[in-house]
Design a protein. Structure first.
Length: 222
């Protein structure tokens, strides 16, 4: 987390942390540092497991325990959710919990959107990204050097920046401390944030900020 913290200080960029509850419990100092830094800490589930075959009652308990852990260690309950390996029940359970502004368990769009949550309710989805994501350093035909990732991020940003002249666009950048934090890769993040700042015309925001803006500016129709 020290690398991410130093980059946030240098560039002044806000960020959202997707935090696994059990990981925070094992690293309470890091959790408290996130809260002190003013970062948005969204829930990444209780444990980093595939919930596909997890019983509904177990997943419900894990959601509650994750919320409680973040609230206790960070000082504020999470308002965003992203499991990553969902079950057929995940979104319904997140909606039923009642305290979340959004979830990010979707990769199908570049802008937030609403889904029918049942009972006449709409639920906001702020989709995540798997292409502008440092995990591509770990896959075949993905990123090899920092220059690979930097070029991809800049090209993505420039395309969306141009399209944004007619209609606003959203760019999500996914990063992991254990991946982007390597000495040979961190230059990609530095270079991209420098490019965004020099280019101008973009709002760098947490996912909570995006969600609150979308709910206010583009409220659900029902």
């Amino acid at each position: 987390m020290s690398i991410a913290r130093s980059r946030r200080t240098v560039h002044g960029a806000p960020l959202t942390v997707y935090a696994v509850g059990q990981a925070l419990e094992r690293n309470p100092d890091a959790a408290r540092a996130m809260g002190a830094a003013g970062w948005e800490v969204a829930s990444h589930g209780r444990r980093w497991i595939d919930y596909r075959d997890v019983p509904e009652d177990v997943e419900r308990v894990d959601i509650a325990r994750s919320i409680a852990t973040i609230e206790r260690l960070v000082g504020r309950r999470p308002v965003g959710w992203y499991t990553g390996r969902t079950s057929p029940n995940t979104r319904r359970l997140v909606v039923e919990e009642g305290g979340f502004l959004y979830d990010s368990d979707d990769y199908s769009d570049d802008l937030p959107f609403y889904v029918d949550a049942g009972g006449g309710r709409s639920h906001l989805v702020v989709p995540y990204s798997l292409d502008a994501n440092d995990f591509k350093f770990l896959i075949v035909h993905g990123f090899t050097t920092a220059d690979d990732m930097l070029a991809y991020l800049v090209d993505t940003f420039e395309t969306l920046h141009a399209e944004g002249a007619e209609r606003p666009r959203m760019m999500s950048v996914g990063m992991h401390c254990r991946i982007i934090g390597r000495p040979g890769r961190i230059r990609a993040l530095d270079g991209f944030l420098q490019h965004v700042a020099q280019r101008g015309g973009a709002w760098v925001a947490t996912r909570e900020q995006i969600a609150r803006h979308w709910l206010a500016a583009h409220p659900p129709r029902h």
